[in-house]
Design a protein around this ligand. Structure first.
Ligand code: MD6
Ligand code: FE
Length: 215
C-alpha cells in the first residue's frame, strides 16, 4: 500500500464538538445546485451589501427562502423582502432543503428544516472577516454551509474573538455544519486566491442554510 500523501479523497473533520467538515458532501449535486442558484440570482441578483459601519462587503450576496439576511447602515437583519426589488425572496428549492437536512443529519442534527439560505459569491480577493452568526431567533438549530467552485481557506476562530483561528481548506462540494456547543463560534474566510473552476468560473459560491424562526 502506498501512503496516500497525494490522495484528494474526501475527508471528514471534526473542528470541535458540534462542528464538522463533511468533505465533498454535495459534490454529486454540484451542477443541479449551480443551476438552481442561477434561477434564484435571475430573480434576486447578487449585490454588495454595506456594513453598519459603512464598508462595502467584498462578498456579493443574495438569498432564498422565507427571509433573507441583509446589512445596511441601520444594521444586520433578516428581511422577508428583498430591499432591491421590494419583493419576497425566491422560494428555497427542494434540492437545497434536502441537501441541507442530510448534511445536518450526518453531523448529528436530525430534522433540520432551514427557512433561509444566504448565497455568497467570492471573486478572487473577496473575504469575510471573523464573525458570529447570531441574528437568528432559533439558537438551537445548526447552520449548514455548502461550498462550490474555487477553494478557500476557512478561518475557525473558536468561542472568543481573540482566539487565534485555525485555517481549514474548503473545496468544491464540502459541507460545514455547526450547532450545539459550537453554534456561536467565530469564523471567516481568507481572501480567495485567483483561479478558474470548471463549473463556477472565477468564483467561489457558498450557501449557508439557517433556521431563523423557532417552532
Ligand atoms: C463562507 N460562511 O463559507 C462563509 N457562517 O463563505 C459563513 O459565514 C458561515 O460557512 C455560518 C456557518 C457556516 C458558514
Ligand atoms: Fe457566518
Amino acid at each position: 500500500m502506498l501512503p496516500d500523501l497525494f490522495d484528494d479523497a474526501p475527508r471528514d473533520l471534526m473542528l470541535e464538538p458540534g462542528a464538522v467538515v463533511l468533505g465533498g458532501f454535495a459534490a454529486g449535486h454540484d451542477a443541479a445546485l449551480m443551476d438552481a442558484i442561477g434561477v434564484i440570482l435571475d430573480a434576486a441578483p447578487l449585490r454588495h451589501l454595506v456594513t453598519p459601519g459603512g464598508w462595502r462587503m467584498s462578498v456579493a450576496m443574495s438569498n432564498c427562502g422565507r427571509v433573507g439576511w441583509v446589512s445596511d447602515r441601520r444594521g444586520y437583519r433578516y428581511d422577508p423582502v428583498d430591499p432591491e426589488s421590494s419583493r419576497a425572496w425566491p422560494a428555497m428549492p427542494g434540492l437545497f432543503k434536502t441537501i441541507a437536512a442530510r448534511a445536518a443529519e450526518a453531523a448529528g442534527f436530525p430534522a433540520f428544516v432551514p427557512d433561509a439560505c444566504l448565497i455568497n459569491r467570492y471573486e478572487p480577493g473577496a473575504r469575510l472577516s471573523l464573525h458570529q452568526d447570531r441574528d437568528e431567533e432559533d439558537r438551537e438549530a445548526p447552520i449548514v454551509s455548502i461550498s462550490l467552485g474555487l477553494p478557500a481557506t476557512f478561518l475557525w476562530g473558536g468561542q472568543k474573538r481573540g482566539d487565534r483561528p485555525r485555517r481549514i481548506r474548503l473545496t468544491h462540494g464540502d459541507a460545514v455544519v455547526w450547532g450545539g456547543p459550537a453554534r456561536f463560534a467565530f469564523h471567516g474566510v481568507d481572501p480567495v486566491a485567483d483561479g478558474i473552476h470548471s463549473l463556477t468560473g472565477r468564483a467561489r459560491f457558498n450557501l449557508t442554510f439557517r433556521k431563523v424562526f423557532r417552532s
